[in-house]
Write a protein that binds this ligand. Structure first.
Ligand SMILES: *Cc1c(COP(=O)(O)O)cnc(C)c1O
Ligand code: SF4
Length: 350
């Protein structure tokens, strides 16, 4: 391993030095870098060298990120309208998102929170206390979902403080942690971090963000095995992405490898309308055909739910199962869980 492969790449110059982009594109990427944060940790720098495009596309900045489509928006799933306290998103009565930090181990170029992540770090102690107070004061909350940002970039000490605080709230029965760390920085899943996550008798589920079979390196599989052996239930979340996992073979290989690693495929997300992500977008019709083609071909264990987060904040619905009615011109009417109706893709903003 040379010196370069040991450091997290953050600037266009770092990317040039690592041979990931040319000097000429570093100039054109300056505007992208000014708008959206970049970080590619060592494990993923190495993986790009081995597995190429499907990994590089997810993490190496691209000038197309400056192209804003009319349907795209800064808050693509309407988080802001459901945030009663800083660090909390409360859309469904029985569960909340708790975002203790907006920092990530790696910044995905298609991220739905790309306008927020990397901008500020962790909640201050008093902000975190206020968020935990909100959860403690809201008896309807049955499940707390730690997300961000990536909660597993926090120190083991801070993670154990949060888990212990949640453990003390009687109406919280389930803690879910969403993270890309097992793939992006597998070495962080060490004994201290696992001990921190075990500071509760409540059910703990860990949702691992993984989009391509190559991300399940021997190191990543060893990290997820440590989590499974510690007794956590493991789920995966993937995003359907052009040029990354947009063939039936890509999805089959990914889902089989996840199940073999004791990770149950949970959601395959339709890409949200975050700014500058059109080059990743797979149309719903194509996504539905891909998902249909896997039925019969693949163990029932290996099928995630293909899921849409309705752009104006009405929540998530499966793309299969009668929630979508095609209008015949590539657009749909989506029924939300409460029976509201929404056009999809969303109406252009201008
Ligand atoms: C995605 C999301 C959840 C979790 O939804 P599940 O369908 O239970 O996985 C909860 N709250 C908010 C605000 C969300 O965006
Ligand atoms: S790890 Fe998650 S929150 Fe962070 S950049 Fe990637 S998709 Fe966004």
């Amino acid at each position: 391993m040379n010196e370069l492969s040991r450091k997290t790449l953050k600037t266009p110059d770092d990317l040039v030095a690592a041979g990931l982009i040319s000097q000429a594109s570093a100039v054109s990427l300056a505007a992208v870098a000014a708008r959206y944060v970049t970080a590619i940790p060592p494990a993923l720098v190495e993986l790009i060298a081995q597995a190429g495009d499907p990994i590089a596309r997810q993490f190496v900045p691209d000038v197309r990120e400056l192209d804003m489509a009319a349907e795209e928006r800064a808050d693509p799933i309407g988080d802001h309208t459901h945030s009663p306290v800083k660090g909390i998103v409360h859309r469904y009565p029985d569960r909340v998102l708790l975002m203790p930090t907006l920092t990530c181990a790696v910044y995905c170029r298609f991220c739905f929170r790309r306008e927020a992540v990397g901008s500020e770090g962790a909640l201050t102690p008093s902000e975190l206390a206020a968020a935990l107070d909100y959860i403690a004061a809201t008896p309807a909350i049955w499940e707390v979902i730690l997300t961000g940002g990536d909660p597993l970039v926090l120190s083991a000490r801070r993670i154990s403080e949060i888990i212990e605080a949640l453990d003390k709230i009687p109406h919280v029965k389930v803690i879910r942690v969403h993270s890309r760390v097992p793939v992006a920085m597998p070495e962080r899943i060490d004994a201290d971090l696992i001990e921190a996550l075990k500071r509760t008798s409540k059910a703990v589920f860990i949702g691992i963000h993984c989009n391509h079979v190559a991300e399940l390196t021997p190191q990543a599989i060893a990290a997820t095995a440590r989590l499974a052996d510690a007794g956590f239930a493991l789920l995966s979340q993937s995003v359907l992405l052009r040029g990354v996992n947009d063939t039936a073979d890509d999805l089959e290989n990914l889902f089989r490898a996840l199940v073999a690693a004791r990770i149950k495929p949970y959601y395959l997300h339709q890409l949200d309308y975050a700014p500058g992500t059109s080059h990743f977008r797979v149309p719903v019709e194509e996504g539905l055909a891909l998902v249909r083609s896997l039925r019969g071909r693949l163990s029932g264990l290996a099928h995630p739910t293909y899921i849409l987060d309705i752009p104006d904040g009405a929540g998530k619905v499966p793309l299969q199962g009668g929630y979508l009615s095609p209008e015949g011109d590539g657009t749909y009417i989506v029924a939300d869980p409460k029976g509201g109706r929404h056009s999809y893709p969303p109406q252009p903003l201008n």
